[in-house]
Design a protein around this ligand. Structure first.
Ligand code: SF4
Ligand code: SF4
Length: 176
């Protein structure tokens, strides 16, 4: 039998650029508060894999962003990119992490509230997936030129696959 509110959950579109974002976000917080991830070992297992892949990639990506981003004239970190979508909320719940305190009053096109002079203040697992998945041309070029003993494309594929499985299994769980 589907979970209570599962239809509402399946239909909700959590997009920072669409209306009533804060209201929908708070609705999702309440939804996830009623579910204990420890009761779902299969989902927890996918979350652990996702975490391992993310933590493996983190120092590599950090190394290259530290080489390129401080010299960037068009920094890409905007407030709208810090705000999670529904898939990010599933991931946060599955990882059992405290969701960052977002400033909903901030203009979504202004600089991200978590951006400091040394880069992003949020640990990578607390950022929306898009923050890790985005590589501008300059960053990607820097990686391609300098990376020889670590296959970042394989790492990214593993990460994407773990996240997709985590999200699709959660959707299946609440739909049946
Ligand atoms: S990822 Fe690219 S666009 Fe974004 S801040 Fe770094 S260099 Fe600039
Ligand atoms: S990487 Fe960090 S600073 Fe940049 S948009 Fe994402 S959360 Fe904000």
């Amino acid at each position: 039998m589907p979970w209570p509110d599962s239809l509402w959950f399946l239909e909700i579109d959590l997009d920072p650029e669409k209306c009533r974002y804060e209201e929908k976000f708070k609705g999702l917080i309440s939804f996830f508060k009623k579910i204990n991830v420890s009761d779902y070992p299969e989902i927890k297992n996918y979350a652990e894999k996702y975490k391992i892949y993310m933590l493996r990639l983190d120092p590599v990506i950090e190394y290259f962003t530290s080489k390129v981003c401080p010299y960037c004239g068009t920094v890409c970190c905007r407030q709208k990119f810090a705000l999670p979508n529904k898939e990010d909320m599933i991931t946060f719940w599955a990882l059992d992490i405290d969701i960052p305190n977002y400033d909903f009053k901030k203009d979504i096109n202004s600089s991200c509230q978590f951006l400091s002079h040394t880069g992003c203040n949020l640990p990578r697992l607390y950022r929306p997936f898009r923050c890790t998945w985005y590589f501008c041309d300059a960053l990607w070029l820097q990686i391609e030129i300098n990376l020889s003993n670590f296959n970042i494309e394989t790492g990214l594929k593993q990460l994407r696959s773990a996240r997709d499985k985590l999200v699709s299994n959660f959707i299946k769980l609440i739909s049946t």
